[in-house]
Design a protein around this ligand. Structure first.
Ligand code: GTP
Length: 597
């Protein structure tokens, strides 16, 4: 155990985590040339295309230092706030963390939030000043920033470049010298932390774990404490670039487990694995059931594809336990599913996977967060509102609560004004303002989650010309004056376009929604009134003017095949459109109503 080091890399997005991880693998000879690929750890196609690490993985390296052989387990952490619970569990599996800071960008919001997570778990922090090869690097100043943040000596900050490989030897040396060896007792009952799982269609779910005490053996009868399910450990091993089977993984080490589980939901990140016959009495602290944060309806474009969509969603759920869904029906869209996601990125990933892997064309409705509503009759009973249509009638409604977050934004002092205006527009209340240096400010706000899940990040980047970073954490439910704004097309309510909006903004948003829909909905053979309403009260109105001519009109009397071709073309254009009543609504309209500026 004394020659094992378990560590992770934490960084703000794009500060070079994946590149540096690849360099560590190179330097320790863990990769053969054939296996070399950019961004090795991101092995899902989607991840590679987007250049972001969606799921955390682990990899084992061997390294000889001063005549001793060491095993280094690198536990990768996802870079997006949607997956912050997984980050926290990966961190909990380590004794040390490389804190990467871009030498040109300095400390950003995620640098700080990840650092706090690491400190809460008592990790040894090794600060790394990365990208020192950049002409725009500012090594002295950024080193000072790091020293201020950590209270460390400037000598402890390792200068490195993932691009050139400079400093990688010093990083490995620091991992061995500064990160403590794991503690733990091999003779105690098994206690292992699940920090990740990956679905494999042939082998079932692969569970990644860190053994805290005891050991896990091939064939052992084991139990997952949170789910109370028992299994046999069909296969255990360590994670190199490929899996290496072992007979036993002992306290302190990291490995994978295969039990034949076919449903990702049985393996919960943060759960404790123990021995079935001689279970530990201590579950590892920090287990949480991850809850979806954003809800939206997913409907087939073709109503006939409903059953196929259900089958596809079920298959997706087998390998993505954080996706939840239940059937719902919409007067406008027919049968579909109300789905819960970890955040907007997760929603986009699911939508994209449905299209790519299952060849489904779907309509996603206006996303919303989960509200709590209370009626006058039962003012203490929570009604969970995951769909605007579940909100009780205004006359019976006692109050509504919505989820709030604490937002932390780091920006240059020049942009404090515009960032504050944006946050106030989004119903934020400033709670703190700290100058990190004379030029860089950290702003804290309490804000409704609903205001940030949609387009907040894009807006923030615009108002700060890219010089703002952002992170958030939930702080609970708070009372809010919310109303449901409904949209009527041709005098018919389109339930899938309803949204819950703060009463003070309802008029202006209702107006913007109708304007946006007028632009997005194609003109048809007749005038279409677009109205926004609260209850029976119309608050805004626009009209989509009728088209003057039939597309095929000019072909009358002409060649029939030409006419057919035109109709065919028109049909193709219809993909991702839904007929609601006698109006056709394109997919963008459903999402765009929330991106109004
Ligand atoms: P996420 O996985 O999205 O969080 O990003 P990351 O932190 O893993 O960053 P990644 O390794 O993908 O690098 C981000 C960008 O910086 C890429 O374009 C890299 O080529 C570049 N980059 C990474 N390290 C260095 C470096 O040391 N020097 C220079 N010049 N560029 C670097």
């Amino acid at each position: 155990m004394k020659n094992i080091r378990n560590f992770c890399i934490i960084a703000h997005i794009d500060h070079g985590k994946s590149t540096l991880a690849d360099r560590l693998l190179d330097f320790t000879g863990s990769v053969t040339d054939r296996e070399k690929q950019d961004q090795l750890l991101d092995n899902m196609d989607l991840e590679r295309e987007r250049g972001i690490t969606i799921k955390s993985h682990a990899i084992q390296m061997e390294y000889t230092y001063e005549g001793e052989d060491y095993v280094l387990n690198l536990i990768d952490t996802p870079g997006h706030v949607d997956f912050s619970y997984e980050v926290s569990r990966s961190i909990a599996a380590c004794e040390g963390a490389l804190l990467i800071v871009d030498a040109a960008q300095s400390i950003q919001a995620q640098t700080i939030s990840n650092l706090y997570l690491a400190l809460e778990n008592d990790l040894e922090i090794i600060p790394v000043l990365n990208k020192v090869d950049l002409p725009s690097a500012n090594p002295e100043e950024v080193t000072d920033d790091i020293v201020d943040l950590l209270g460390c000596d400037p000598e402890e900050v390792i200068h490195a470049s993932g691009k050139t490989g400079f400093g990688v030897d010093n990083i490995l040396k620091a991992i061995i010298e500064r990160v403590p060896a794991p503690k733990g007792n091999v003779d105690e009952s098994l206690q292992a932390l699940i920090f990740d799982s990956v679905y494999n269609p042939f082998r079932g779910v692969e569970t990644y774990f860190r053994v805290i005490n005891g050991s896990i053996k091939k064939g052992q009868h084991i139990k997952f404490i949170a789910t109370n399910n028992t299994y046999y450990a069909d296969e255990v091993g360590t994670l190199k670039l490929t899996q290496v089977k072992k007979n036993e993984i002992k306290a302190g080490d990291v490995g994978y487990l295969i039990t034949g589980i076919k449903d990702a939901r049985e393996v919960k990140v943060g759960d404790t694995i123990t021995d079935a016959k001689n279970p530990t009495t201590n579950a590892i602290a920090g287990f949480e059931d991850v809850k979806p944060m954003v809800f939206a309806g997913i409907y087939p474009v073709d109503t006939e594809d409903y059953e196929e969509l259900r089958a596809s969603m079920e298959k997706l759920q087998l390998n993505d336990a954080s996706l939840v869904f239940e059937p719902e029906s919409s007067a406008a869209l027919g049968f579909g599913f109300r789905c819960g996601f970890l955040g907007m990125l997760h929603l986009e990933i699911i939508q994209e996977r449905l299209e790519r892997e299952f060849d489904m064309t779907v309509i996603t409705t206006v996303p919303n967060v989960s509200y709590h509503a209370f009626t006058n009759k039962h003012p203490d009973d929570i009604i969970i509102v995951n769909n605007p249509s579940d909100l009780p009638e205004p006359s019976t409604l006692n109050r509504v609560e919505e989820p709030f977050i604490k937002a932390s934004i780091i920006t240059k002092s020049d942009f404090v004004g515009p960032v504050m205006s944006l946050c106030i527009e989004k119903r934020g209340k400033i709670t703190n303002q700290t100058y990190l240096t004379t030029e860089r400010v950290e702003l804290s706000f309490d804000m409704p989650l609903a205001e940030i899940v949609f387009d907040f990040y894009d807006r923030l980047k615009t108002v700060s010309k890219g010089y703002a970073s952002f992170d958030y954490s939930p702080i609970g439910m708070r009372a809010s004056k919310l109303v449901r704004v409904d949209i009527l097309l041709n005098s018919q309510t389109v339930d899938a376009l309803s949204a819950l909006i703060h009463a003070d903004n309802a008029y202006s948003i209702g107006k913007k929604m109708t304007e946006k829909l007028r632009q997005l909905i194609p003109r048809q053979q007749f005038d279409i009134p677009v109205q926004a309403a609260i209850g029976a009260k119309i608050i805004a109105r626009e009209t989509i003017k009728a088209l003057r001519k039939d597309v095929t009109a000019k072909c009358y009397g002409g060649d029939i095949s030409r006419k057919r071709k035109l109709l065919e073309k028109q049909k193709k254009g219809k993909k991702r459109m839904r007929q609601v009543g006698n109006v056709e609504i394109p997919q963008q309209a459903f999402m765009a109503v929330l991106k109004l500026n």
